[in-house]
Design a protein around this ligand. Structure first.
Ligand code: MRU
Length: 335
């Protein structure tokens, strides 16, 4: 086995605390260490950030990604920036769609002790993930084949994961994961597949375009995905391709669940049409890393997220419970 792919502190702290051994974020008092997710699964290297601007850059460049992880990183970024207006501004500008970022910054603004608040945000996210796992597990049948998209695992959170948290909590039921590769940034192929292998969860990787075929063959029992922002009416912004999966799931009668902590809900946004959707660089579509396959000069679109309408969602799993057939009234009761 490639040494670099061994889980960190195997049998150690993280495992003893019942969380995943994958640690995307490590706070060291004077610096924030972020597992460089751009290099996974080939290399496991931590990037060290000592300023808020460095954290903002790490968020923008996808060193750290995934809505709750971005929120946690931004909170520690504020600590490094000593709560200066410049620090807040740099972090606020880093990425637009995941509301956890803005939620964390707003919370930090109200805090008296910045470091204690950032640590609390981190610990609360871990606790929320574990609760989501426990509350979501009863929705997953014995031997279920669980399709997921993007990476909503330990890497995307403080640890444990949301959608993959539900999977982790269902491990005893001999379930397996079908990971959509998640073009163009390949979070499914690079990150979800890696996390599943680390955890000993059987995982089959497919390209995004294979999802409908597998559903039509009856080879998918349930879909569970994460979220970047949930509007007041239950519309969900998540990684590009999620909407297509939800439509397919509806067509084939496959339950479609969204797993997300309350920090991902944005009750101020009335419906999904108002959620800002990040457009990312064209070179993510025309190639990957140093390889290019599209002709130079071709026009490209690269929206990083899409919106799944609430009517396509079987239920939203959060740390307070499962909201079935989410709508404005049912979600309002959460707050
Ligand atoms: O662009 P990314 O990799 O930050 O997008 C991440 C996602 O879309 C995740 O599915 C979402 O943040 C949920 S993570 C628990």
């Amino acid at each position: 086995m490639n040494k670099r792919l061994r889980p960190p502190d195997k049998g150690g702290g993280a495992k003893r605390r019942g969380i995943s051994a994958v640690q995307p974020i490590r706070w060291r008092g004077d610096r924030l260490e972020l597992l460089d997710q751009r290099l996974l699964p080939d290399k496991k290297i931590y990037v060290s950030c000592r300023t808020a601007e460095q954290v903002a850059k790490a968020i923008r460049d996808m060193v750290v990604r995934g809505a709750p992880a971005i929120g946690c990183a931004a909170a520690f970024g504020v600590v490094l920036g000593k709560g200066s207006p410049k620090a807040y501004e740099a972090l606020r500008q880093s990425r637009p769609t995941a509301v956890n970022l803005f939620w964390a910054l707003d919370r930090m603004k109200r805090a008296k002790d910045l470091e204690a608040e950032a640590k609390a945000i981190y610990e609360e996210d871990l606790a929320a993930n574990r609760a989501i796992g426990e509350l979501g597990a009863p929705l997953i049948a014995e031997r279920a084949r669980v399709m997921t998209h993007c990476n909503a695992g330990a890497l995307a959170t403080a640890g444990y994961g949301t959608a993959l948290g539900v999977v982790r909590s269902s491990k005893g039921k001999k379930i397996s994961v079908i990971a959509c590769e998640t073009r163009p940034y390949l979070q499914g192929a690079r990150l979800t597949a890696w996390e599943c292998l680390q955890e000993g969860i059987p995982c089959t990787l497919i390209t995004d375009s294979m999802a409908g075929h597998l559903m039509s063959k009856g080879e998918v029992d349930v879909v569970v995905v994460g979220a970047d922002r949930i509007a007041a009416n239950g519309d969900v912004a998540n990684k590009i391709g999620t909407y297509a999966l939800a439509v397919l799931a509806k067509r084939h009668g496959v339950p479609f669940y969204v797993a997300a902590p309350l920090s991902t809900f944005d009750p101020k946004i009335s419906d999904g049409s108002h959620i800002p959707i990040e457009e990312r660089p064209a070179d993510e579509v025309t190639g990957y890393r140093k390889m290019r396959w599209a002709p130079k000069g071709v026009q490209v679109r690269n929206p990083a997220f899409d919106v799944t309408p609430a009517e396509l969602i079987t239920g939203i799993i959060c740390e307070k419970g499962v909201v079935l057939a989410p709508n404005r009234e049912r979600l309002a009761r959460l707050f």
